[in-house]
Structures are given as structure tokens and as C-alpha cells.
Design a protein. Structure first.
Length: 135
């Protein structure tokens, strides 16, 4: 149910007020799942993504980091946290998160791809190519 609300919260065909309402509902559903099972890393990821979309970066950061602490091999949280920081203008922090993600998971193509995309987006083409080749 949280995933449905989150998807609706990103649907550009809905009015902004409706999208925010769906995102708040998604965050609430994921919070309920976490209350029942605090180690449910996918719920922490869903909550983090909803909080990020609601422009609640500090809370999203904490949720992403909780997800990573529970399941450090889960690539979407490394990528989400890194990209959120880059999007918010904290380029060095975002790259550091993604670099740490590939250190922890050197065989994970998703994280290498996320690092490559981030470097490419920041204009670091040579290092982007290296990361994307490792993906």
C-alpha cells in the first residue's frame, strides 16, 4: 500500500496538493510497517524516498542511513542517499556516500552505475566512465 501511495505521489498528472497527500500517506504506511518490524529495510527505504519527495531531507537522510545499517548490501538506499545529497547541492557528500557504497559492495553493479551517473551529472566524465565500466 505504501508503494501505491508513493507512486501516486510522483504522478505528475495529479495536482501538487494531491501528490503531497499521497506521499504523506506513503510515509505513514511505511512508518506503520517499521513500527511492527523495525528491521524491515525495504520499509525504511520506502519511507526515506517518501520523506525525500516531501522535501524532508534530514528525516530522509536518517531513514536511508537506517536502511543501510540494517542491510548494507541493499543498493537502492546507497543510491538514494547519495543522489539526494547531490540533488541538494552537497556534491562531495553525495559522492562520498556512493563511494562508500561501492567499497562495501564492490561487486554491486547498481551502486557502480549510480556512482557513474552521479559523476557524469557533475561533469566528471573520465571517472564516470571508469565507474560505469565497473557496473
Amino acid at each position: 500500500l505504501g508503494c501505491v501511495h508513493a507512486a501516486l505521489g510522483r504522478d505528475v498528472r495529479l495536482a501538487a496538493k494531491e501528490r503531497r497527500s499521497e506521499l504523506r500517506d506513503a510515509e505513514s504506511v511505511f512508518a506503520d510497517v517499521i513500527a511492527a518490524d523495525p528491521r524491515h529495510f525495504r520499509a525504511h527505504h520506502g519511507r526515506a524516498a517518501a520523506l525525500e519527495a516531501l522535501d524532508l531531507a534530514e528525516q530522509a537522510d536518517a531513514a536511508y542511513r537506517t536502511c543501510i545499517s540494517i542491510e548494507p548490501r541493499y543498493a537502492p538506499c546507497w543510491i538514494g542517499l547519495g543522489q539526494m545529497n547531490i540533488d541538494d547541492g552537497f556534491h562531495n557528500l553525495g559522492l562520498a556516500v556512493l563511494e562508500q557504497g561501492v567499497e562495501v559492495n564492490p561487486d554491486n553493479a547498481q551502486i557502480w552505475h549510480g556512482l557513474g551517473r552521479a559523476r557524469l551529472g557533475l561533469g566528471d566524465t573520465p571517472r564516470a566512465v571508469v565507474a560505469l565500466e565497473k557496473a
